[in-house]
Design a protein around this ligand. Structure first.
Ligand code: TYD
Length: 200
């Protein structure tokens, strides 16, 4: 069977990391996350998430893309080539949602930059764990990173951007209701993977 590439997306505190890790174990996949996942990527991550480090928006988009390029070359592409599945906590759609829809960079330009970074690799399936912004604000911890410090409108634009992508790419995206309890979310995620990729 061909190795599959699955991305989990969603706003902060949506529960997607828990699901991504669980699915990854279940499928015996390699688990990774963005920004980060390589030593170059983790260095970029600490710059990008530092609330004390004001990174210019275009620099932010480039650093996200740089982290992604390193991850694709060092981890994702070789793993898939060896026939093993990959599950990632965030991928290219995060750049479109955060740097594009929420921060205002041109969507097409962010997409172009991301596809350059990934050498045109895109996930076989993107699972959006969708949560109303008010709910994610309630769940959030009290040491917010730079993105979590953004206001409610920003997070609303992130959510709307994700929902728009899910709607326009419904052949490769699935939306899961993140307000449900963890077991229900897990069951729905597994069903989605089974029906879309005949896995899990
Ligand atoms: P992280 O702690 O991994 O957040 P979460 O648990 O919500 O996934 O932080 C990643 C942050 O980086 C998150 O707020 C979204 C942001 N981000 C972007 O803005 N653009 C991107 O391309 C990626 C991958 C992440």
């Amino acid at each position: 069977m061909e190795a599959k590439f699955i991305a989990f997306e969603g706003g902060d505190a949506s529960g997607k990391t828990t699901q991504a890790e669980r699915v990854s174990q279940k499928l015996n996949a390699v688990f990774t996350r963005e920004p980060g996942g390589t030593s170059v990527g983790e260095s970029l991550r600490s710059i990008l998430l530092d609330p004390k480090e004001p990174v210019a928006l275009r620099a932010e988009a480039l650093l996200m893309a740089a982290s992604r390029a390193q991850l694709v070359q060092d981890v994702i592409q070789p793993t898939l080539a060896e026939g093993q599945h990959v599950v990632t906590d965030r991928f290219l759609a995060s750049s479109l949602a955060y740097q594009g829809y929420a921060s205002g960079l041109e969507i097409d330009q962010v997409l172009y930059l991301s596809l350059f970074a990934t050498d045109n690799l895109t996930p076989d399936l993107t699972i959006l764990i969708d949560l109303p912004v008010e709910e994610s604000m309630k769940r959030r911890g009290n040491t917010p990173d730079r993105f979590e410090q953004e206001n409610i409108d920003f997070h609303q634009r992130v959510r709307n951007g994700y929902l728009k992508m899910a709607e326009t790419q419904s052949d490769t995206w699935i939306v899961i209701d993140g307000t449900k309890n963890q077991e229900t979310v897990a069951t729905n995620v597994d069903q989605a993977i089974l029906s879309s990729l005949q896995l899990a």
